[in-house]
Design a protein around this ligand. Structure first.
Ligand code: ZN
Ligand code: ZN
Length: 582
């Protein structure tokens, strides 16, 4: 049996054991569902009182005892009536609802372990001796609506994790600890990078000075790379009249994510959820010959999209964000080169930000009646995407029929320092908008033709990318991104003036530096700088002042290198140019 499969059985069986333990403790409890999930399991309960953290301990102890008793998981295929009678008698209303949802041709099976019988499809372990009482942990309590519907009863969900042995459990708990330590909301607060304000509107990000410094570094780099790669940069409005969104079709298929209109001069204006229609308006304000193409137009465009308040999450899921958007307009002849170019460009950008483990996902045409555009275009577009992925030697998966109705796409997922995958880059063909806006170019033969249009966001949203970046580095940013690249620390007050002159010199050269002239002792100042994850501390005293030098101490080490101020400039510039961490 594959290990994943075995773990799934263990985890789902643990959910049964937990339900058994909960029913021992609260015989009047009603039970809902208890599936295995990634790394663990949960069970939803309707309980007579709210659950406390202390209850988890007691439930765990009961679970250990149940496991040690080594009971069998006994499966019985029963008739609907039998199952209905059983759960009616037990007053398990949720199970009755679940029973109703089982299709007429499906088997109805009940599993019993010890005194506890559940309506379940399985599979499970054979008996609870295959569960390790030292390799599970109940992790948390949350609220969950029955069937995920907020009109239904709120249930208590208990999450747990389970593994084959205690060592695996320990490693997993350590990983959870690491994830928690790097949580961008926590690091963002500690390092004063950003905030959100429920009272001023949830899902909207406030960038503080230190976070803004990082964003500026990201944007400066982004702009300069785009220039080098043949992109023009655009600025477009934040609102557009309903005509624009009717023409683009967004008011039809994207309506749910758009905010209500505001009235201006008796017209409805909508705040933009996307930049594309604006770029198209710019395209359409000129005639284009095949000789002008390809056009690569980029914009750091701020958009607003409605998300339910329940799914908002720090920087990762927000209601307003800035896309690093671009649109490529080209001829059919140019498309292969353009796609290869944009994929290469993306991979280089990811490398510079410190991500090298990247996987591609190619989504192809959905059923013909659910998509627009002709076969030839879809085939050519899909071929060009595939060819580019293969040319770059990327590991990839194909999602057959998983594309949007308007064109095939590549998504890139990057792996962070903890091995988590994040979907970031999208390269998306569009056969819909050029048609709807009647976009044309004049080809070699003098005829008007449709250009190809590709939407492309490399980082995705700057906000979300920033969240991922914070977690990837745990706040210890490489020098080129660090909000404070160096901190000048005098060993005593007598050297404050020299410290200030070092700071002034570095600031004038464009580096982000501060000086700590406070009353703290030297060790405390060093500790503070380390806590702020500042790459370089520049310690200055008598010796340094006399020779015009600094003692360089890295945030990760204890050694100090004395170098002239001039050498430090060159040293730091080298690290920034190479995008090295330290
Ligand atoms: Zn089961
Ligand atoms: Zn677009």
């Amino acid at each position: 049996m594959a290990n994943e499969d075995k773990l799934d059985r263990i985890r789902h069986s643990m959910a049964h054991v937990m339900a058994d333990a909960v029913l021992e403790k609260f015989p009047e409890a009603k039970i809902a569902i208890g599936p295995a999930i990634e790394d663990g399991f949960y069970y939803d309960f309707d309980l007579p009182r709210p659950l406390q953290e202390e209850d988890l301990e007691e439930i765990s102890e009961r679970m250990e005892r149940i496991i040690e008793e080594g009971k069998e998981f006994e499966k019985r295929v029963v008739s609907r009536q039998e199952a209905a009678d059983f759960f009616k008698k037990q007053k398990q209303d949720y199970k009755l609802e679940l029973l109703d949802a089982i299709g007429p041709d499906e088997e109805v099976s009940m599993y019993t372990v010890g005194k506890f019988t559940d309506l379940c499809r399985g599979p499970h372990v054979d008996d609870s001796s295959q569960l390790n009482p030292k390799a599970f942990k109940l992790l948390s309590i949350a609220g969950a609506y029955w069937r995920g519907d907020e009109h239904n009863q709120m249930l208590t969900r208990v999450y747990g994790t389970a593994w084959t042995n205690p060592k695996e459990l320990r490693q997993y708990l350590q990983r959870l600890e690491d994830i928690k330590k790097r949580d961008h909301r926590r690091v963002g607060k500690d390092l004063k990078l950003f905030s959100t304000h429920e009272e001023a509107g949830p899902g909207l990000i406030y960038w503080h000075p230190k976070g803004s410094r990082i964003r500026l570094a990201i944007e400066d780099y982004w702009r300069s790379e785009h220039r080098k790669n043949g992109y023009e940069q655009l600025y477009t409005p934040h609102i557009g009249k309903s005509w624009l969104w009717e023409t683009s079709g967004h008011l039809g298929f994207y309506n749910e994510n758009m905010y209500s209109p505001m009235q201006v001069d008796e017209s409805d204006y909508y705040i933009k959820p996307m930049n594309c229609p604006f770029h198209i308006m710019i395209y359409k304000s000129d005639l284009h010959s095949y000789r002008d193409l390809p056009l690569r137009w980029a914009e750091l465009g701020t958009v607003y999209r409605y998300e339910r308040s329940g799914v908002l999450h720090g920087l990762l899921r927000v209601r307003g964000f800035t896309q690093d958007d671009a649109h490529i307009f080209c001829t059919p002849d140019q498309i292969e080169d353009e796609i290869l170019e944009v994929l290469r460009f993306s991979l280089n950008i990811w490398k510079d930000f410190g991500f090298s483990d990247i996987k591609a996902y190619l989504a192809t045409r959905p059923a013909e009646d659910k998509s627009v555009g002709d076969d030839a275009s879809w085939n050519q577009a899909t071929k060009s995407l595939k060819k580019a992925i293969e040319a770059e030697g990327l590991d990839y998966e194909v999602d057959e029929g998983g594309g949007a109705f308007y064109g095939p796409k590549i998504d890139l997922k990057i792996k962070d320092a903890l091995g988590r995958e994040w979907q970031m880059t999208t390269i998306q063909f569009d056969f819909n908008l050029p048609e709807r806006f009647d976009m044309t170019f004049v080809d070699r033969d003098g005829k008007e033709k449709r250009p190809y249009m590709v939407h492309r966001a490399l980082l995705g949203s700057i906000e979300r990318f920033f969240g991922v970046l914070v977690e990837h580095y745990g706040g210890a940013f490489p020098v080129w991104l660090a909000p404070v690249q160096g901190k000048v620390i005098p060993v005593a007050e007598a050297f404050n003036d020299y410290a200030l002159s070092v700071k002034k010199d570095l600031l004038a050269a464009g580096y982000r530096v501060e000086a700590d002239l406070g009353e703290d002792r030297l060790n405390a100042k060093i500790r503070n700088a380390q806590q702020d994850k500042i790459p370089y501390m520049l310690i200055v005293g008598e010796k340094e002042q006399q020779s015009g030098s600094v003692s360089l101490r890295r945030r990760s080490g204890k050694e100090q290198d004395v170098m002239s101020l001039e050498d430090f400039h060159a040293f730091m510039q080298g690290k920034i140019d190479q995008k090295e961490e330290l």
